[in-house]
Write a protein that binds this ligand. Sequence first.
Ligand SMILES: Cc1cc2nc3c(=O)[nH]c(=O)nc-3n(C[C@H](O)[C@H](O)[C@H](O)COP(=O)(O)OP(=O)(O)OC[C@H]3O[C@@H](n4cnc5c(N)ncnc54)[C@H](O)[C@@H]3O)c2cc1C
Length: 410
Amino acid sequence: MSEHESGGGFSLELSQDLRDMRDWVHEFAESVIRPAGSEWDEREETPWPVLEQAAKAGLYSLDFFAQQWLEPSGLGIPVAWEELFWGDAGIGLSIVGTGLAAVAVSSNGTHEQIAEWLPPMFGDPGDIKLGAFCVSEADAGSDVAAIRTRAVYHEATDEWVLNGAKSWVTNGGIANVHVVVASVDPALGSRGQATFIVPPGTRGLSQGQKVRKHGIRASHTAEVVLDDVRVPGRCLVGGKERLDARLAKVRDGGSNREHAAMKTFEATRPAVAAMAVGVARAAFEYARDYALGRVQFGRPIGQTEGVAFMLADMAAAVDAARLLTWRAAWMARNRVPFNHAEGSISKLVAGETAVRVTEQAIQILGGNGYTRDYPVERWHRDAKIFTIFEGTSEIQRLIIGRAVTGLDVR
Ligand SMILES: Cc1cc2nc3c(=O)[nH]c(=O)nc-3n(C[C@H](O)[C@H](O)[C@H](O)COP(=O)(O)OP(=O)(O)OC[C@H]3O[C@@H](n4cnc5c(N)ncnc54)[C@H](O)[C@@H]3O)c2cc1C
């Protein structure tokens, strides 16, 4: 094959395996998730029957998650999540929410911790389980360094004791395994934090208030209260030796970029961007099809420049968001550092695209777009989350601003 034919070593073509996986996930999203979206949005409950179907199909499983996470191009997760969220974002988040807890353990944990704690986060098709990643608190949202939940080590029993309250936890209180970020040395801010696994059934962990939301209502969000929660020493993610070495380095004034929660969010940003791309694409496709069928002034509205230009902008924005997402995902998988905040760029652009494109879809559907008889109003409500969680758009701009100016922008 000539250099030209092989793309000169650069390719945006998905492998056959990825295309097969994409088509398989799409088929599930189209036949199972999309038809159930409205019902579970109204019910505002975790869609257990859909999760069961996903588990039976092998889609909600540690195997599928690990296979896509380790897929060599890095595009396994973005391709799969785009299809799921094309189906429905609330149900999609119920299926992938465990992933954040799994990444928190797999990206910082020891081999033993990964082998012990990832399986009980997913369960099996006959007995589904969930995982939850608990970082945010009432007074520590964007400002993760302000976390007040404390973890204190008791050497005599080799136990950590956790106390505090977490806000906004996806799967909070209904998860089998909770992964909690807590401060072990408050004086060190985010550099004095560590991540802990709270095993199933641990006393002292309970669900607080369940949150009633604007969108992604099929995904459960709740407070998690930690009242003298005792976990064995082996539940400190990464182990005590590594934590002690890290803290000693920080106390000696050494630089340390290993912030417990931040590392997880860095790794998962392209995945969140892919979710937003899925919602935006769904809205674009729906609005395009509607514009071909809806006749006003004797011709399809898609034939008017006003609507066609809107569709053109929507199509361009979705493609641009996807390309930025794929770039970041490829970089993350291939250990190319985000020196220019490429992860944040993908999340910022995809999140804002989803909000804009779903709003444009409502506009194209006119009055129908504003009703619950059509899905675009729901998708617009769902899309808004992508400018808020896993770092708001402003926080992404801070990170990008620092990267492009080299200044300590605050
Ligand atoms: C549905 C949902 C699910 C969630 N799931 C989880 C989860 O599973 N686990 C978890 O730990 N958390 C979760 N979160 C929490 C989420 O990550 C936080 O809501 C988010 O980080 C923002 O924090 P905040 O809500 O406290 O807003 P704030 O930090 O109070 O921000 C309020 C506003 O101020 C802006 N702002 C703040 N600081 C700055 C600054 N320095 N410069 C410019 N603007 C700034 C923000 O951008 C925002 O517009 C979830 C939230 C929601 C809504």
